[in-house]
Design a protein around this ligand. Structure first.
Ligand code: C5P
Length: 408
């Protein structure tokens, strides 16, 4: 998806081994539809050549404030005025110290100082050795730079090029892309706590086998990501799926419907929005064998008995907080035909304000889907599109339906 279409990003590289990741970051920006202008400090050119960055961005790189290519000889003004954001990745400890002091004796720091603070956000991806990161001087400088209006993108933890292990690694390019994409999204859900269930459940028969379904969890994970992009605090209760957790989302892994119910009821107690996308098994085995169920030589299969699982969505929707309007509940319905009629009936049966219908065989495992929104006022279709785009549209629809909160 071209999430950054129309955005112009000035990508600043400072001296650090993490520059090797900036080449990939530049490529991801371009793939996401952005135009990228690279600016490098002299130190950064020791780690990555401007030729590489020029080839990847499709634009000559700026390194010097005395660059004669600019008619007015003011690259620091011209470059910063065009940008939708300046992203410093990697941003070294030294460069953070320079920003904190407001220095401007080379092009990149000069450009950061010259940027119109209100119009051109400065996003910082630090990268350094763990001791440098933990040093009080660095932490003090980071606080100062944030107080001066920059946005900190955080650091990763793990093995470092110096051979030590700890905090201070630059985030991975894909993580930075996700965070920077989120940065540009309208903050429609600030102050909201969004709870999402996603994926299938697994109902164990014995320690080896169980009953599950083909739900991929993609829609629920996309909704969790979109809610986070919109500024909400997000908790994602996931059945057994192999999907990466969206950035900034708290994930709780569960297996069975009963575990999902327990987690959902606990977490719903402090949520303001509940979106149930999970494909919860309707039944679970009536008994669970502690040991593997063996063939007994008779040729007869074992007799399996089932009991109905609780309806997690309906249970949460019946809670006093949902009834009072403090918790807005959204359900999903996968149907095979007569979508509008089934969806309307299901919305009433579950006692929820908004139900999202989709055709099961057209969504399971797919990256695209189309949705039918059913509420008390009627029906609205969101036409076929990537699940992440639909999730963003759904989040906007949910935000528009939330009670407007009066500020204290
Ligand atoms: O009744 P049906 O399974 O079609 O309802 C689908 C909706 O109800 C989805 O939002 C699903 O997450 C939720 N559900 C649930 N607990 C169940 C069954 C369904 O939360 N046991």
């Amino acid at each position: 998806m071209q999430d950054l279409l129309g955005k112009h990003i000035v990508l600043g590289l400072t001296g650090g081994i993490a520059c090797y990741k900036s080449a990939e970051l530049c490529r991801l920006f371009v793939k996401a539809g952005a135009t990228v202008q690279v600016v490098m400090t002299e130190a950064a050119t020791q780690f990555m050549t401007p030729v590489t960055m020029q080839a990847l961005s499709g634009r000559p790189v700026y390194v010097s404030q005395w660059d004669v290519r600019e008619d007015n000889n003011m690259p620091h003004i011209n470059l910063s005025r065009e940008a939708d954001a300046i992203v410093l990745a990697p941003c070294s400890a030294d460069f953070i110290a320079r920003l904190a002091e407001g220095r401007s004796d080379e092009l990149l720091s000069l450009m950061c100082l010259a940027r119109p603070i209100e119009q051109v956000p400065l996003l910082i991806a630090p990268a350094m050795n763990r001791e440098m990161w933990a040093h009080p001087a660095t932490q003090r400088n980071l606080q100062q730079v944030a107080a001066d209006g920059a946005t900190m993108l955080g650091v990763g933890s793990g093995w470092q090029a110096c051979g030590e292990t700890g905090d201070g690694r630059m985030l991975e390019p894909a993580q930075l892309l996700e965070d920077i994409t989120a940065f540009f999204h309208a903050k429609l859900l600030v102050g909201q706590q969004v709870l999402v269930t996603a994926g299938p459940t697994f109902e164990a028969l014995d320690p080896i086998r169980g009953i599950t379904n083909h739900s991929s969890g993609k829609m629920g994970f996309a909704i969790a990501r979109a809610a986070r992009e919109a500024g909400a605090e997000v908790t994602l209760i996931a059945g057994p799926v192999h999907l990466p957790t969206p950035r900034g989302v708290r994930r709780i892994d569960v297996l069975s419907a009963l575990e999902m119910l327990e987690a959902a009821e606990r977490e719903a107690a402090r949520a303001s929005v509940f979106v149930a996308t999970a494909a919860v098994a309707d039944w679970r085995p009536a008994s669970h064998s502690d040991q593997k169920i063996k063939k007994d030589g008779s040729g007869l299969p074992p007799v399996l008995n089932f009991v109905e699982n609780p309806d997690i969505l309906a249970t949460v929707a019946r809670s006093p907080r949902a009834a009072s309007g403090a918790l807005f509940c959204v359900g999903f319905a996968a149907e095979s035909e007569n979508l509008a009629a089934h969806a309307k009936a299901k919305r009433e049966r579950k006692g929820i304000p908004l139900l999202v219908g989709n055709i099961g065989p057209l969504t399971f495992g797919q990256d695209d889907n189309s949705l039918l929104l059913v509420d008390a006022d009627g029906v609205r279709e969101l036409p076929r599109a990537p699940k992440l785009q639909l999730a963003r549209e759904l989040i906007a629809e949910i935000a528009a339906r939330l009670p407007t909160r009066t500020s204290a």
